[in-house]
Design a protein around this ligand. Structure first.
Ligand SMILES: C[S@@+](CC[C@H](N)C(=O)[O-])C[C@H]1O[C@@H](n2cnc3c(N)ncnc32)[C@H](O)[C@@H]1O
Length: 402
């Protein structure tokens, strides 16, 4: 047991403290908290600790309203006022860009707050433990399922779906093979897919739904990615694309086309790359429904596509890519960021402008470092609080080529 003072919140959401010559990372802490903590595990020089007692609360500490807070691994910022959440996220972005990205002068940026700090999530994944009859989220740093009957960040339609599944669980109607359920809300209802136990987890075909954002209709299902917070999407799209226009744009990790449709209206030709076959076919459908015919969707792994391992022979692709003058390249990878070969491939394409949309400041910073070393300059940053009550934040970085 140790007594510590939390210095600040680190990327990943843990509180930083130093005591007895050790660096500690404390879960669910607030900056300025004086705490009694217990070290649960040690990795290298760092101890990972949990709070035993709050000796003196930080001025920004509040009582977490959710009864599952602390056991459920879903939210890790409920102990902070909303202003403190935003400020911690701003510091996390700066810290990553400075320390991991080696960017000396990080441009000033704003974080756009969420219009709804609660009941904002329109996409969720619930874990199912058929043996213990539990349905909810994983506990933090564990694969134990925390049984959750009410989740304060879900939109009401998803809360209703969770209750329906829970009723089915209590009536013995859920398959023992189910491992998780994914649910997503559209304008007309909810699409639910179950992940089933087998040699690998496979998903059933879930119902197709649609969502209208700024008058543009996007069709998708529970198995294809769609942003979890709808409220901030118009601002996110505007910040990512802005007044970009020209002949050719490339979009990597394009999903069902959230950015592809607006891009297709700004550029004469768009090439979009997406690995998930469901998402790629929804993107084609979304473009066709909007009457947009200038987009080529490549259903491929981005790394393979950039390295010419899919489609046309490599030599032909190289000649083709070299002949293409790319005005704008947008990438929106998953949390792991872009592989090295993806960054290398982007640098070879040499687009005039790059827009990197990221849901993890640490991998964003790692990738920006390579892009900047490749001759690009970081023009601007913007951030969006798409995930209130958690440490997650969406960041957009815009760069111009040499
Ligand atoms: C963060 S989502 C962004 C999707 C889209 N931009 C949006 O906002 O709706 C990342 C997308 O990348 C896709 N993806 C993940 N790894 C990929 C890879 N290696 N190659 C191509 N697509 C990939 C996922 O299927 C997902 O649709």
């Amino acid at each position: 047991m140790m007594e510590v003072t939390i210095e600040r919140i680190l990327p990943g959401g843990l509180g930083l403290a130093h005591a007895e010559g050790k660096t500690l990372m404390v879960a669910l802490a607030a900056p300025g908290d004086r705490l009694r903590v217990r070290v649960d595990r040690v990795k290298g020089n760092v101890g990972f600790a949990s709070i035993i007692e709050v000796l003196e609360p930080s001025p920004v500490r509040i009582a977490p309203p959710c009864p599952y807070f602390g056991s459920c691994g879903g939210c890790d910022f409920q102990q902070l006022t909303y202003e403190a959440q935003l400020s911690a996220k701003g510091e996390i972005i700066k810290d990553c860009l400075h320390r991991i990205g080696r960017i000396d002068t990080v441009p000033d940026f704003n974080i756009t707050p969420a219009p709804n700090q609660w009941h904002y999530r329109s996409r969720a994944q619930w874990q199912y433990d058929s043996v213990r009859q539990r349905l909810g989220y994983f506990e933090s740093v564990s694969h134990n399922v925390c049984d959750v009957s009410e989740c304060a960040v879900l939109v009401p339609e998803l809360q209703q779906s969770l209750e329906t599944l829970r009723n089915e669980m209590s009536e013995g109607l859920l398959s023992d093979d189910a491992r998780y359920f994914r649910a997503v809300v559209g304008d007309q209802g909810v699409s639910v897919a179950s992940g089933v136990r087998g040699p690998s987890v496979s998903e059933g075909n879930s119902q197709e739904i649609s969502r209208s954002i700024e008058g543009v209709s996007y069709r998708f299902n529970a198995e294809s990615f769609f942003q979890a917070n709808i409220d901030l999407l118009p601002q996110l799209i505007e910040a990512a694309i802005g007044d970009a226009s020209g002949d050719t744009a490339i979009e990597l990790y394009s999903g069902v086309g959230l950015f592809t449709l607006p891009l297709s209206r700004r550029f004469k030709r768009v090439i979009a790359v997406e690995e998930n076959p469901d998402a790629a076919s929804f993107a084609r459908k979304n473009l066709a429904n909007a009457g947009l015919t200038n987009v080529e969707i490549a259903n491929a792994d981005v790394g393979e596509w950039l390295n010419g391992e899919v489609g046309a022979p490599r030599s032909e692709k190289r000649r083709h890519a070299a002949a293409l003058q790319i005005d704008f390249l947008l990438l929106d990878p998953p949390r792991v960021g872009a592989e090295s070969r993806v960054i290398d491939g982007i640098l070879q394409l040499s687009p005039k402008q790059i827009c990197y949309v990221s849901c993890d400041p640490a991998t964003l910073a790692r990738d920006l470092r390579k892009i900047i070393a490749g001759g690009y300059s970081l023009d601007s940053l913007s951030a969006f609080d798409m995930f209130p009550q958690t440490h997650h934040v969406e960041t957009i970085a815009k760069l111009t080529g040499p």
